[in-house]
Design a protein around this ligand. Structure first.
Ligand SMILES: O=c1[nH]c(=O)c2nc[nH]c2[nH]1
Length: 490
């Protein structure tokens, strides 16, 4: 499809230049995270986006005082900007961040949830991933996965591809073309793969990874789509490959790294057999130079206190994937313990271990998972005092932080995205809570009533909305999903 940028699809276009004029001003209910515990609800609020796609200002307006908006526009030199008044029952939110998702697995999402991890990999995952040896297959499937992710409001994704250099190149190009902010990884594995789905040696895997990184540089897609070094997990990588990838990430200027850690008990036992000299599964990655402040570790369900301390001390962070942890019956991650240990945490859909691309679904499941952890601890507590202090479940504000600013911190892009702090790029969702049908059709995912205030509308977004409610998606000021859900070609 031909490249097309319409005036209405761009509220600005991010560049590194000096601040530019304010192009668009949104007026309505604005919600974003200031920190783990602070959710700011501006009802009403006003947010200005510069012509360069960055957030120029965001502030509260005094309800019922129209002069307040005029004063804000004058103060910010925005009187000639386009004003977008958001209707009632509409929220302006920062874009969602999926810190762990497998693009080739999109094709079998929703199937296979009767098998545990290692059998599931053998039966579903490796046979499907193998098909991406064909570039044509990748060209057909990857746009579907990335568009679905954008449609669910994911403005940044950390994608796993497959072993194949060519197909992973297609994935990166798809992210560039569709406008999603992304990290894209060529998967590496030199043992314990499926039939015909394993690299012949550590050396070959490293040669291919270097080639893929060289190709990536040649794409010249700037910072918005970046490579991420991707050893699949310790089960499928020899020590030689793990160390080689750790060295490569360091030598190439501190590249991001992603892998899986301690998802399932059988997997943990297997890793113990494969790496008897390491202190723990987390220790395997540390011993091979893979725990850095730019490392994203998916799952982390079965960790000890010492492992959590190790993650905190190395700066490596966790992608919490609750939907997948339920889907593959892997266990329940204690996110509170990770946060208390000072670990960075974001949310991951982990399609297709997870059955949904939606980080909103991940938020709901994160709340449920955290409550389950609390009940289990409560039941195990030996006295009433211990039971009372057993656990504090994740709050709504904390969970939204994990889905946005927490994910940005985990990926080390929080100076660019994650909330609406001035200077960041405008990655945002317009959420229409009236979407899906007429008021009396019974077809709406969300029904808003007169008694619902802004906080309650936001709570309904988290607990009962679906992708029909996400009417517009912006990345760096560019609209990548349109008002009625159509894709804007970029
Ligand atoms: O949920 C998961 N999905 C995967 O593809 C995978 N590979 C290793 N470990 C994994 N866990």
């Amino acid at each position: 499809m031909a490249s097309k940028t319409t005036v209405s699809s761009v509220v600005g276009s991010a560049s590194a230049d000096a601040p530019s004029a304010i192009a668009t001003v949104f007026v309505g209910t604005i919600v974003h995270s200031l920190s783990l515990s602070e959710l700011e609800i501006l009802a009403p609020g006003v947010l200005g986006v510069s012509a360069d796609g960055r957030i120029a200002f965001v502030e509260r307006l005094e309800a019922g005082k129209p002069d307040d908006l005029a004063a804000a526009l004058t103060r910010h030199n925005a009187s000639s900007a386009q004003i977008r008044r958001l209707p009632a029952h509409t929220l302006l939110l920062p874009g969602l961040i999926d810190t762990h998702v497998h693009a080739p697995q999109y094709v079998f999402t929703g199937t296979g949830y009767t098998l545990p991890l290692l059998s599931w990999l053998a039966k579903y995952t490796f046979p499907q991933e193998k098909k991406f040896a064909s570039r044509a297959h990748a060209q057909e499937m990857y746009p579907r996965a990335v568009r679905r992710s954008l449609r669910c409001g994911t403005t940044t994704a950390a994608w796993y591809g497959t072993l194949h250099v060519d197909a992973t190149d297609v994935l990166a190009r798809t992210c560039v073309k569709t406008g999603q902010r992304a990290f894209v990884g060529k998967v590496c594995m030199d043992r314990n793969g499926g039939e015909g789905y394993v690299e012949e040696s550590a050396a070959k895997s490293l040669i291919d990874t270097n080639k893929w990184l060289d190709d990536f540089e040649a794409l010249k897609c700037g910072d918005r789509v970046r490579p991420i070094v991707t050893p699949r997990f310790a089960v499928s990588c020899t020590g030689e490959l793990l160390s080689g990838l750790g060295d490569l990430a360091r030598e190439r200027g501190g590249l991001h790294i992603q892998t899986h850690l301690a998802e399932n008990r059988a997997e943990c036992a297997f890793v113990k057999e494969l790496f008897p000299a390491s202190e723990s599964y987390a220790g395997v990655y540390r011993d091979h130079g893979l725990l850095t402040p730019r490392t994203v570790l998916a799952h982390c369900v079965h960790l000890s206190d010492a492992d959590r301390t190790m993650l905190h001390e190395t700066g490596a962070g966790v992608s919490h994937c609750p939907v997948s942890n339920f889907g593959l019956d892997s266990g329940v991650c204690d996110v509170r313990a990770l946060l208390e240990a000072g670990c960075k945490v974001g949310l991951g859909s982990d399609v297709a271990g997870g059955w949904s691309m939606s980080i909103v679904e991940a938020m709901r499941s994160a709340i449920v998972a955290s409550r389950v952890v609390g009940h289990v601890k409560h039941a195990a507590a030996t006295d009433a005092h211990a039971a009372k202090n057993a656990h504090v479940a994740l709050s709504l504000a904390e969970t939204f932080y994990l889905a946005t600013l927490g994910g940005a911190k985990l990926l080390d892009i929080d100076s660019t995205t994650g909330n609406f702090a001035p200077g960041k790029e405008f990655d945002a969702l317009v959420v229409n809570l009236d979407a899906g049908g007429s008021e009396d059709s019974g077809a709406r995912p969300v029904d808003i009533f007169d008694h619902d205030d802004a906080a309650e509308m936001f709570e309904k977004f988290v607990f009962i909305s679906d992708d029909r409610n996400i009417s517009e998606v912006y990345v760096a000021g560019r609209r990548v999903v349109g008002p009625s859900g159509e894709r804007v070609d970029v």
